[in-house]
Design a protein around this ligand. Sequence first.
Ligand code: CA
Length: 724
Amino acid sequence: MTLRRWAAGAALLLSAGALANCSQIFGSGESGEGITTAMLVGADADSANWISHGRTYSEQRYSPLDAVNRDNVGQLGLAWSADMDTARGQEATPLVIDGRLYLTTAWSKVKAFDAATGAKLWEYDPEVPGETAVKACCDVVNRGLAAYGDKLFFGTLDGRLIALDRNTGKVAWETVTVDQSKSYTITGAPRVIDGKVIIGNGGAEFGVRGFVAAYDANDGKELWKFYTVPEGKQGPDAPAYLQKAAETWNMDVLRESDAIGGGGTVWDSMAYDPDLDLLYIGVGNGSPWNRAYRSPGKDGTGQGDNLYLSSIVAVRASTGEYVWHYQTTPGETWDFTATQHIMLADMEIGGRMRKVLMQAPKNGFFYVIDRETGKFISAKPYVTVNWATGIDPATGRPIENPETRVDKTGKPALVTPGALGGHNWHPMAFSPKEKLVYIPAFEAGMMYAPEANWKPDRNRGFNVGFNLGAGDLPPDGGFRKQVAGSLRGMLVAWDPVAQKARWTVEHPGPWNGGLLATGGGLVFQGTTGSEFNAYDAGTGKKLWSFAAQTGVVAPPVTYTVDGEQYVAVLAGWGGAYALSVDGDLIKRKAPVRNVSRLLVFKLGGKATLPAEPALAELPLDPPPSTASPEVIALGQAKYGRYCAVCHAPGAVGSTVLPDLRRSGALENAAAWSAVVHDGALKDSGMASFKGSLSKAEIEAIRAYVIKRANEDKALEAGKKIARR
Ligand code: CA
């Protein structure tokens, strides 16, 4: 069905309630053909297309299409594929409009294809400077586009919001949305509400102050801006909700240091209820993570809830005004963002219909909240949780385990979920037929170690207030195997009314793909095991599998062209887990690498992929370790703060970026310094660290990596060596 025919039909179908908001639906400034507010509000009726990030404003990622179904999914085959031109994480949800498929890929590039044939229509590269990568906590990814009128909108890693002509890929306008002197990045997809393009940003590991803002779809002019945390120097004229927030912080810290912005970035999830005109935003972690540094009390421990960190906030979409909030993790200190997928649905709970909002944030509890009022309805753990024993139903507050709060000194604590969460950005899906929410969940605990004399660094590196260098795994094969065994990845089918899992599918490890549920009774998901699978939505039985040659983290979409149903997914391993956990350990669970490619399927599809590339690994052949223990210890501390997040803790080799133990520069101090100090590889994403690390510290890091490489070489040779 073409958009014009669909729009005519949908206008008749719109309820009287929706039509009461006519000015909103047929908002001013829309020219010619293209996506209208009415289409976005009524997107559920348009099964042929996928016109907004979560398919509908409710973000259910459920398509009623059923031509591909339980009975025939075994005949699903590759229709076409398209190679991406990078080997970094692929996290985007494609949009499909009238037979054309649009997507974003790594480094904020955009590509358009004929959705049936795969013919490339146009591509656009915003030319993000390579050294921007060092500002990004979690890979140079982008999660997608928004469409409105004849334009497409997306954010770039360096903080721009760009509008492209949908037919040509030419720039209509672009605007810088952030202070580019700070470590703000954009990886999330915008949403468009009544002609306003809404976008947030990331950077809460690097000292920024979070906000979300609305821009005019016609010209990019800023219309409103909503900050999520108070400003150190704010006065009595600050909005009431920020004055209320200030009462929950030690404002001295925010006032004193421009390197501590408080965090609370809105880097991914949004949902919208057009009847209530409420935009729901997911707010991220504190900056720094450790509350004892971010908001210290008199006794040196942390104080205060620190609103609106780790909260779901309802904002009036037309004005940007605060309406209500629900804080999932008061006084957050573990990087427990509430930026995870927000999904809206209406369901019967306790004998009456409720308009609810659902979220499985990082903290491990699945929440059902009343989306009209923000009142807590219920929450239960969807993964193993040790930081809290439950949520008090009277107050909606967690019942904390005090042993898991680590301040400036004292014992480290193994906390689960860890900083990656029990669920991260990977979208969930909801089947109204099965009344189940499908969660791409995982278990990966983290050791939080205190750092007694932490200071923020405005320039480079993780500003989290914990000792990230203390978490090295000992070079002991048995212990590492044990840790690998504790990692779990699973697809959980969650009954949100009963608050329990109906079934669970185990995967080879954490960090599996986002989800799609369909009217054909199917749930589609890619895995860390390099498969793209279809499961029975009612039972979890695996009905179909495709060898994707790469880990798949992005969520699939489905659409039709000339009545034929297609399923599309962007394959390509990457993101926070792929960069920042033990690469050796991941490879023990399931070998995985990045082959970035769009895969599109249909019944009877006969296309094939090129031959799978061999898993190449450079030899582990370091120079001898001759540095003093003091130099190595300095290198370990600096590595933990500045290198581990991209090259893995303990230099054990991330699965996407170079394994430093095997680096050619390891035996040559000058070559090492040319990269780390002088920025020789900045265009590839490896920025200079000269503002944060001295030449002696950079050389100490090399000594530490040499020592680690020798330990692991001995381990590989089967010669177990004692931990020093
Ligand atoms: Ca974070």
